[in-house]
Design a protein around this ligand. Sequence first.
Ligand code: AVJ
Length: 320
Amino acid sequence: MTLAVRFHDMHTTPAKTSLRDEILTGFSADQKFASPKFFYDQRGSELFDRICEQPEYYPTRTEERILANAADDIADIAGDEATLIELGSGASRKVRLLLEAMRPSSYLGIDISRDFLLESTRRLAADYPWLEVHAACADFSCNMALPEGLCCERPVGFFPGSSIGNFDPQAAEDFLRGLHSLLPVGSGLLIGVDLIKDKTTLEAAYNDAAGVTAAFNLNLLDRLREELNTEIDPGHFAHRAFFNEAQSRIEMHLVSQLPQVVAIEGERFHFLEGETIHTENSYKYTVEGFQALADRAGFEAISCWTDTQGLFSVHYLGRA
Ligand code: AVJ
């Protein structure tokens, strides 16, 4: 029995230059920003896992409950011998809720964090010896090709966690359209989408009392210190997260606690006191609103499951 994970090297393996260039570009904008994909270095991926365990962070728990309850239905729709392709597989935890019911012939985890990906897929392969496990390190936000040599009879995309919420609605639609053109007719996409709800619940989820989300946000600056030439001081910034109702999104920012000048890779950036780096958007949808978006991208809403409180939704979209 072999427990090896087949690792695929992708052309778009996230490179250091993209961190450097994208950070310099983002910090040069009027509203400074950084892509949330840069949260996920090893430590950031670990912190994200801990966010998922916080009592205020309802999405993970709720989605897991929905997936566990819907696993048999999902298996019926997806059919046997599927190839499950998880985008942003992280710890590859949620897929475990589907494997026994679905019995796919293979699994491909795609993630931006290489060591984390290898560790997680190795554990998965060890726990499910009957499953053929593949891993590909890629920035799926810009890569749309599947690894060569991975035969994909019946691909079912798996995009849990409401990661789609990191895209603004137009980009989400474009992203889905890209997946649509990648997937063969008859394949499916199982996608988790966080729902619009009261502001108190939403804001608490991104301001957990234990401060894990704050540490996750600030870790971006530690990462810049490690990987770029900069002495930016995380102690001079604070975490802020709030629900922007007009845009239907949680915004996360790092707020400069004082006027300061920060040099990164030889470029100098000025911060006023209270000025922010916008580090993340997390869009929230209604079930109907998301189905309409999927429809515009060419997908057909086949099924949707929610929890009894209507906190979170899981959609099975068909590629017609
Ligand atoms: C992984 C993008 C779904 O938006 O809830 C959690 C990331 N950021 N807490 C989310 C996140 C802060 C998460 N997504």
